[in-house]
Design a binder for this molecule. Structure first.
Ligand SMILES: CC(C)(COP(=O)(O)OP(=O)(O)OC[C@H]1O[C@@H](n2cnc3c(N)ncnc32)[C@H](O)[C@@H]1OP(=O)(O)O)[C@@H](O)C(=O)NCCC(=O)NCCS
Length: 167
């Protein structure tokens, strides 16, 4: 059976490192991270499309609207000089948490911003008492597994199943 890898991070001391923004050089602008605001919608959808995170048949604007009704404080954007260049969306189901829509604009990747977004999500979840963060990686996007493993995530020996609700 083909299935998307699932990956998790148990919360430990090794995710204390904040980012490698310094490693990107003195010209790297510090990323500002804040909760999503409705005015960000167009920029966020454009970012997700450019990062190829919008699957055919899915509706990113509907995803955003629904997220605003469930733990909106776990939907973050990263900005540079006020422009949205990164996102991360998490949800805590009371047992585990899941991460979705982690994205950094292609022209700003490899500057530590992805790590910083994940670290902020981990910090928020740790504050809530959540013990573990899981995420899915599409089989069409295997190169991102190395990124997560570099950040301390481990592949779960599990199969992911899902079912859509109709009507
Ligand atoms: C995945 C993504 C968010 C990473 O963001 P980023 O800003 O480029 O990552 P960072 O610069 O913060 O990298 C953090 C660390 O991971 C490493 N890393 C980044 N991408 C990597 C890759 N593809 N393979 C291995 N290591 C990687 C970096 O070298 C860095 O290491 P260091 O902190 O030891 O110096 C970004 O590539 C992206 O938006 N991709 C498209 C959308 C996507 O696939 N999202 C994930 C959906 S599951």
């Amino acid at each position: 059976m083909m299935t998307a890898p699932t990956i998790d991070a148990g919360f430990g001391p090794d995710d204390k490192r904040e980012s490698n923004e310094q490693a990107a050089g003195p010209k790297a602008i510090p990323l500002t991270i804040r909760p999503y605001q409705p005015a960000d919608e167009d920029a966020v959808v454009d970012l997700w499309k450019r990062c190829k995170l919008v699957a055919s048949g899915s509706d990113p604007r509907a995803d955003i609207q629904r997220k605003l009704t469930v733990q909106p404080e776990l939907f973050l954007v990263g900005t540079l000089l006020g422009k949205v260049v990164a996102t991360a969306m998490a949800g805590d189901d009371g047992h585990r948490a899941y991460l979705y829509y982690l994205a950094v604009a292609p022209e700003h990747q490899r500057r530590g911003y992805g790590r910083k977004m994940v670290t902020q999500i981990l910090n928020l979840l740790r504050e809530r008492g959540c013990p573990k963060l899981n995420l899915f990686v599409s089989l069409k996007n295997p190169q991102v597994i190395a990124f997560y493993e570099h950040l301390g995530f481990k592949q779960n020996q599990m199969v992911s199943l899902g079912r859509r609700f109709r009507g």
